[in-house]
Structure formats: C-alpha cells, structure tokens
Design a protein around this ligand. Sequence first.
Ligand code: NAD
Ligand code: AKB
Length: 311
Amino acid sequence: MKRILVTGAGGQIGSWLVPRLREIYGEASVLASDVRTLGFDFVEAGPFQVLDATDAKAVGQAVMRHEADAIYHLAAILSAIGERDPRLAWHVNMTSLESVLEVAREQGCAVFTPSSIGVFGPESPKDPTPQDTVMRPRTVYGITKVAGELLCDYYHRRYGVDTRGVRYPGLISYGAPPGGGTTDWAVDIFSKAVESGRYTCFLAEGTRLDMMYMPDAVRAAIEIMEADPGRLRHRNAFNLTAMQLAPEALAAEIRRHVPHFVLDYDVDPIRQSIADSWPDRIDDSAAREEWGWAHEFDVSAMTADMLAHLR
Ligand code: NAD
Ligand code: AKB
C-alpha cells in the first residue's frame, strides 16, 4: 500500500493520521481531503483537496488522479450531532461509505473504515462486550456503523475488496477538537483543566466508557491495514480498547498534575442516554489474537502526555 486517499482528513483522527501516514509512505503519497477547506498549515503540509465524500464521481476522480490504492475513509457525522440531525447522519455516513466502496471496487483500492463502540446497544452484554454479540444500537450513528460494517464485509465477500475496520472507543487527543460525540468530555476535560482548573461534565458520575489515546488509535489504523490477511477471521470491525474511564476517575488522575482541579456535573440527557446504552468494557481479544494489537498508553501515561502538550 503506497498511495493513499484520506477523506474527512481535517477531523480529530485525520489531523493525526495524515502526518503519520506521510512519515511512513512519503509526503506526496498521501492525498488529504475534506468537505471543508482546512487551515494553511494542513493544506501546506502535503497534497490536499476539498472533496465531498458523498459525491462518488468526485471520489472516483480523486482516486484516479492520485493513483490511490488505499482509502482511509474518515468522513462521518458522530453520535451527538447525529441525534440532533438523524437524516444528515444517515446521508453523510451511508452515502459516503457507499461512494468509497464503489470506487474501491472499480479501481482496486483497499479501504479502512472506522466503526465505533456505538454499534452496541442496551441489549448487548456490557462487561465485557464480546467481539461477536447482539448489536441493536439506539442511535442513528450506531445504526449507520452497524450497516457500514455489514456493507464493508459484503464488498469483501462479494467483490473481493480488501475492507478492514476497528470499533474505536472514545478517542482522546490534543490539537483538532472532537467532532460532536458522546465521549468528547474526555477531551474537553483536559483543555479546561489547563485553562481554568475546572470542568463541568455533561455525563454523570459513574458513567464508564472505553477510551484510547490518539497515538494508539493511529497506530491501530495503520497496523490493521498492514496485517497479514491470512490471519484475519474478522474484518469489519474489530473491538478495540485501551482503558475504561468514568469522569471522576479521569479527574482523579488529572489532580495528580493539577491538584486544585474541580469537576462538577450538568448532565445532558441525550448524551447520557447514548452513553448508558454503550458498553462499560469491550473485549478486544480478537484484535490481539488476529493481528497482534496491543495498546501502549494507559490512563497515567496518557494524562501526563496530554497535559504536557496542552501546557
Ligand atoms: P470528526 O468529526 O472530528 O471529523 C470528521 C471530518 O469529516 C470533519 O473534518 C468533517 O469536515 C469531515 N466531513 C464531514 N462530512 C463530510 C463529507 N461529506 N465529505 C468529506 N468530509 C466530510 O470525526 P473523527 O473523530 O475524526 O472520526 C473519524 C471517523 O472515526 C468517523 O467515522 C467516526 O465515526 C470514527 N470514530 C471516531 C471516534 C472518536 O472518538 N473520534 C470514535 C469511534 C469512531
Ligand atoms: C462518539 O462519541 O460519537 C465517538 C464514538 C465513540 O464513536 N467518539
């Protein structure tokens, strides 16, 4: 895999993934794209084009011109924004994925599509949540992710497209802000700890969710695409986790660095009900067995690194 198109490249994941892909495969080999124009730094760092991933013709032309053999498809609407505008979430998430898969089928590209812990719902076992289990999500975001996983597997089985994916937990990073999800609190808490020493959380005390630090998430995206296909029993998509965090537990870790840090709560019922429907702890042993996945950052290493960078 040497020439790559990234859709949704300006978001929380893309702003970390694109520079890493360029380090590995070469600056000119990675075409970053997004539906919106991005900042000067991003656009100057390597090939970039404005591209609406729901426009299959435009995606096809971008792949052809760039001679891409792999697509990292990151364009999507996340869970909280999806509940505000379900039709937009369905349109962007499903139409863009269908465009990317069709172009991949026609032009012989491999495809990475991130799924999410949002594929699970209240009927799924919560702790641990197995790789293969009941998936009846209650959010439109989760519904698009389940449908997306099935469509990716269909394109693999029916047309031989090399589709692979992971079910990311909530991702924590500095730099580009999170895009409107239920796990955004675990990013915002760090910037507020540094700015004002205080954070008001929109999820209630005790709401435990799977999380991961972005350097691990980026490495996972690259490692699964480089994995030996002969070892993969699953493809779309692998459970993935690094740590399980409730707001008070992360606040306690932050207090080791910012002793006066204050956490209070103003619960948002919509995001709380989404979080309550998601797992407490997913089982990622399939990823560990089939492609050697191992996270590096635990909560204390991540917290120290986040705060050092934000300061
Ligand atoms: P984000 O919201 O930060 O970024 C998404 C990007 O897609 C934005 O830059 C946006 O401008 C772009 N976009 C929106 N509509 C588009 C369109 N029609 N065409 C092209 N670009 C478009 O999201 P993210 O956090 O970077 O997530 C990327 C993927 O990873 C998504 O599929 C998301 O569901 C998945 N994921 C993210 C997390 C997380 O915690 N960040 C967790 C699980 C799964
Ligand atoms: C969200 O909260 O929507 C995302 C996710 C876990 O999919 N961060």
